[in-house]
Write a protein of this length. Sequence first.
Length: 244
Amino acid sequence: MDTLTQWFQQWLPFLQQTGAVLGDAGHSAGEVAGRALGTMDLTGMLALAGALGWASGFRLYAVVFLTGMLGLLGWIPLPDSMQLLQSPLVLIASGFMLFMEFFADKIPGLDSIWDLANSVIRIPAGAALAGSVFGADGGTMTLVAAILGGTLAATSQAAKTTTRAAINTSPEPFSNVAASFAEDGLVIGIVWLATAYPLVFAVVLVIAVVLMLVVTFLLIRYLRRAIRRLKSWFGAQEPDIQVP
């Protein structure tokens, strides 16, 4: 692990130079986000907490890696309570898990198994990330942010899991890959919108949560019917064995 840390520190100047070059292309967005965080009020901090919790239900490791890397490159000045995300060890671990998830999430069937296996960590991690926006000394607001983040992570996790399960009932793999790439882009958009335009993000979040709840409810009913249909098919194929 010490070797990985030394390797990361050796490559850090290169990463910072790369970030400076890429910053020329996206400098305006970075400046907007940086000013938003630099002068963040209660609304902005709640928006960031909601974004981290919401996005964690889709891509937890992407959220940790993206937030930490943006802070490390200086694109977003993270609060003191979130400086841990910039740690080389955290970035290495989250980057490795992000690499694994990127491919696992695009294989039909395996993506649902991956979602179920990670459901036990996405919700509490989303709550922890949201609460870290206010820090351990945030008192009541830390608890409020943690509850908000955990609830949003649970909502997005449920919507993602049921949607993928429904998509996996289709024999073709292209819709699964398209949905996975859409979630990849959604995480980036969520973090950017929350830091740049928190009020707009709040409106989008409310609409998205309502839609996710509706979609989850409808898909659960659809999956139940599909499971009952499969059971009836298998039941109809069972031989009628008579015992003398």
